[in-house]
Ligand binder design. Structure first.
Ligand code: NAI
Length: 328
């Protein structure tokens, strides 16, 4: 018999929510052997819009969708949750300083962490998508002391997918030929998309690219600034591609990464690669039996070391800022 899983999505009436919910309900998040009960969390003003999305979900008559609950109460939304997708966040508005942004998001992610702590299922897995994702995940985690710390993760899979496509275009190979491309650090412009371990077939990607200037001045900035380029072109931020990446992240975590393949996930550091313990930073991971492990023993060259140090320094600054604000 198909098992049944509670999936909570926050910010359900937003644009990522609209691109995400139908894919979850159709079985793409957890697989075709898993039924889904959806819980949608929204702010009171957006509950009606979430109800509209729920009506459309019903109208799809998805065989795996067991039910939909809509609430503006975090405790209700996370009661019994197995998979929590924290998408809703406070965007940066004009004139807003970083401290204000972190504080506004602390007001969202602190109570959500507390609600997860109070009611989540023992096997809960949390993915934070809402920005600043790594630090929002840290805030939620710090307010959920009874949940194993490693269950709180943040999304850098969209950055990884973007990097795969850029490299595939450059080398004119299908994305399926490429493996082991890594995103390190923060989901921000300081992130480090790293080609030094990537292979195309059985050949090192860097050998095939053979153009360090392209790597440094085209590939890395294109991936890191892709979000801004999408906003410029579309007049709105990435939504379907962000939803797709969230599906990829949870699917791999639950069902495992393919043989020989890695995924990039922002996870609590265990001190690997010099990243201070506890920071939620992106690493290459391998997923198996519902757990992830940071890939160990990679050689980090001088260029990579400096890039990783820069993005980790930004994460430390964000952590120190939320600490100062009393949010963790
Ligand atoms: P959106 O503005 O369309 O939707 C956000 C939704 O969250 C709104 O419906 C809002 O009412 C809701 N919300 C706000 N506070 C909430 C709370 N306390 N509880 C529940 N819901 C709440 O935004 P969109 O485009 O869906 O993006 C969502 C977030 O994802 C943003 O922070 C965005 O920056 C981030 N993002 C992250 C990416 C990543 O790769 N990590 C990629 C793309 C976007």
């Amino acid at each position: 018999m198909a098992r049944s899983v509670n999936v909570t999505v926050t910010g359900a009436a937003g644009q990522i929510g609209y691109a995400l919910l139908f894919r979850i309900a159709s079985g793409q998040l957890l697989g075709q052997d898993t039924k889904v009960r959806l819980r949608l969390l929204e702010i009171p003003q957006a509950v009606k819009a979430a109800e509209g999305t729920a009506m459309e979900l019903e109208d799809c008559a998805f065989p795996l969708l067991e039910g939909i609950d809509i609430t503006d109460d975090a405790k209700t939304a996370f009661d019994g949750v197995n998979v929590a997708l924290l998408v809703g966040a406070r965007p940066r508005t004009k004139g807003m300083e970083r401290g204000d942004l972190l504080e506004a998001n602390g007001g969202i992610f602190k109570p959500q962490g507390e609600a997860i702590n109070a009611g989540a299922a023992d096997d809960v897995r949390v993915l934070v998508v809402g920005n600043p994702a790594n630090t929002n995940a840290l805030i939620a985690q710090q307010h959920a002391p009874d949940v194993p710390a490693e269950r709180f993760t943040a999304m850098t899979r969209l950055d990884e997918n973007r990097a795969y496509s850029q490299l595939a275009n450059k080398l004119r190979v299908p994305v399926t030929e490429i493996k082991r491309l890594v995103i390190w650090g923060n989901h921000s412009a300081t992130q480090y998309p790293d080609l030094s371990h990537a292979v195309v077939g059985d050949r090192p990607a860097l050998e095939l690219v053979d153009d360090q200037e392209w790597v440094e001045n085209t590939f890395i900035p294109t991936v890191a600034k892709r979000g801004a380029a999408i906003i410029e072109a579309r007049g709105a931020s990435s939504a379907a591609s962000a939803a797709n990446a969230a599906i990829n992240h949870i699917h791999d975590w639950v069902n495992g990464t393919a043989e020989g393949q890695w995924a990039s996930m922002a996870v609590p550091s265990d001190g690997s690669y010099g990243v201070p313990e506890g920071l939620i930073s992106s690493f290459p991971v391998v997923c198996k039996d519902g757990k992830y492990e940071i890939v160990q023993g990679l050689t980090v060259n001088e260029f990579s070391r400096a890039k990783i140090a820069a993005t980790v320094a930004e994460l430390e600054e964000e952590r120190d800022a939320v600490r100062k604000l009393g949010l963790i």
